[in-house]
Design a protein around this ligand. Structure first.
Ligand code: CS2
Length: 499
């Protein structure tokens, strides 16, 4: 007999009977919550991170106004997972020695832009909404080479045309991009309540709040007649920067089976995370916010040192292990970091090139931080795959790795370890594009928004491949590409990797 599906009534019925110690119900009464936070990009990451923090903050204060309207990006799949479950889902915490499950009930509404744009825009305009959070991945922001909004992309241009029409009357057609959705919501909020709003970017971008504020400004600059909206945004909308950290792998059948065993219910919305959680948020809000600091977050005046340390130590090393690991046939990050050769490359990257570019945030011990990160990678219970981390390198490496390279070059050093990491990506691109990459018995294709461009650029001899990728200005900054020392180190590393 299959187990019934998770829902509020099914959970209440289940909770009337004894539960395993490892299972906890929602920290709040979901039925009592009203929406105060809109989240764009309702993927697994936010469900295991920001939403959990919002729920714990509400539980700590007793506030009931911080339910979340979650907006999916492209597909209605998450709505299909959560709507039949009354928004309830489980977060399985997968530690090396113990597993636990908690249910989260703070997602009170799920919208899919292709169908529910009107509802999302109404929520973005509502004075009861105080906070908008985003996790739409690096590529979701639609940045052009140089970092500004790519207003020439068809979907961005179509959203901006709708934003221009929105200036005279509400438009409810589907938004195609997250920034487009946000800008249309801001136009509508300005025209209705004009209430202050805080927009919290939670993606792995350097200075993510400033970046998002810039993209919104770029968008409005391309919407004729929006001067009053621009002035209002400058005055009343805040864009704090944040550093987010929790490893959240894709949910597998084994995770689902574990939850059925623990809960006796089927959870189609299940997400999985490691035990570690960190969220550092710039304390710059236009109005009320959940008391996230009561739920494990750090509110601070300056996020930059945290963000830089995390992107350069954790994310850069993650990507390097993903590329080298996949090339060696390792299915998971835990397997990759258990490979002594790859662990040595990871350590060299951090010690030789990353740490010299960092300032320790609030007196933190960066060597201890490095050790903790490598220890987290070694957790076998998450099952985080190399191929998952390897995707979208063209969007990720500029943020994670190339800043380190630029800083080392500016300091007069040739960053050999970082050049090896770069070469690992080029080697991965070459192997995947050629159909030669086999991981855990499966041929892996190149998964990247620039895949065709990358495949062409990385073809030929090691020298041609390095030159080809260095010439991609939407990926590699000019100062890095112009360094003969970095180029030579990358070519030498790529040759070694071929052997
Ligand atoms: C990973 C990140 O997939 C990736 O690119 O490096 O998602 C990483 O797991 C998170 O940033 C950890 O906080």
């Amino acid at each position: 007999m299959t187990n019934p599906r998770l829902s509020l009534p099914a959970w209440r019925e289940r909770a009337a009977h004894p539960l395993p110690d490892a299972v906890r119900g929602p920290a709040v009464d979901p039925a009592a919550l009203t929406v105060g936070q809109v989240h764009l990009g309702l993927g697994a990451f936010t469900r295991a991170h920001q939403v959990v923090c919002t729920e714990d903050a509400a539980a700590a204060t007793g506030e009931t106004g911080w339910g979340v309207l979650g907006v999916t990006q492209r597909s209605p799949r998450v709505a299909e997972q959560l709507v039949p479950q009354d928004g309830l889902y489980g977060v399985l915490t997968a530690g090396a020695d113990a597993t636990s499950l908690r249910l989260v009930g703070s997602v009170r509404d799920v919208a899919f832009p292709g169908r529910d744009t009107a509802r999302v825009l109404a929520a973005l305009a509502a004075p009861t909404t105080h906070v908008v959070t985003l996790t739409v991945t690096e590529k979701g922001y639609r940045r052009a080479a140089g970092g500004g909004l790519d207003v020439t992309a068809d979907e961005v241009a179509a959203d901006l045309a709708d934003a221009a029409r929105e200036l005279s009357a509400p438009v409810d057609g589907p938004a195609r991009t997250p920034v487009g959705m946000l800008v249309r919501g801001l136009v509508r909020r300005h025209a209705s309540s004009g209430a202050p709003l805080t927009v919290v970017c939670c993606d792995n971008l350097t200075d993510n709040g400033t970046v998002l504020a810039g993209l919104v400004a770029d968008a409005l600059a391309a919407v004729p007649g929006s001067d009053a909206v621009r002035a209002w945004v400058e005055q009343d909308v805040r864009f704090p920067s944040t550093m987010v950290d929790r490893i959240v792998p894709a949910t597998t059948d084994a995770h689902h089976a574990e939850v059925e065993r623990l809960l006796g219910l089927r959870d189609e919305g299940l997400v999985v995370g490691e035990p570690f959680f960190q969220w550092v948020v710039e304390d710059d809000f236009a109005g009320p916010r959940p008391a996230w600091e009561r739920a494990g977050a750090t509110l601070t005046g300056d996020v930059a040192p945290y963000e830089r340390a995390k992107l350069r130590v954790l994310n850069a090393t993650h990507s390097t292990l993903a590329y080298l690991g996949a090339l060696r046939g390792h299915a998971t990050i835990a397997e990759a970091v258990a490979d002594p050769d790859l662990a040595a490359v990871a350590r060299a990257l951090i010690d030789e090139d990353v740490l010299p570019t960092l300032v320790a945030p609030d007196g933190a011990d960066l060597a201890a931080y490095r050790d903790e990160v490598l220890h987290r990678f070694a957790n076998p219970a998450t099952g985080h795959t190399t191929v998952q981390v390897a995707m979208d390198g063209s969007q990720k490496l500029p943020v994670r790795l190339l800043g380190t390279v630029a800083d080392r070059l500016a300091a007069g050093a040739v960053p050999h370890a970082a050049a090896t990491a770069f070469a690992a990506w080029v080697a991965y691109v070459r192997a995947a594009a050629a159909g030669d990459l086999v991981v855990a018995g499966r041929t892996v294709a190149l998964d990247d928004p620039l895949a065709p461009v990358l495949a062409r650029a990385a073809a030929g001899s090691p020298q041609e491949a390095v030159d080809g990728v260095l010439a991609l200005r939407q990926v590699v900054p000019a100062d890095v590409a112009a360094s003969p020392g970095f180029r030579a180190a990358a070519v030498a590393a790529l040759r070694t990797l071929r052997r």
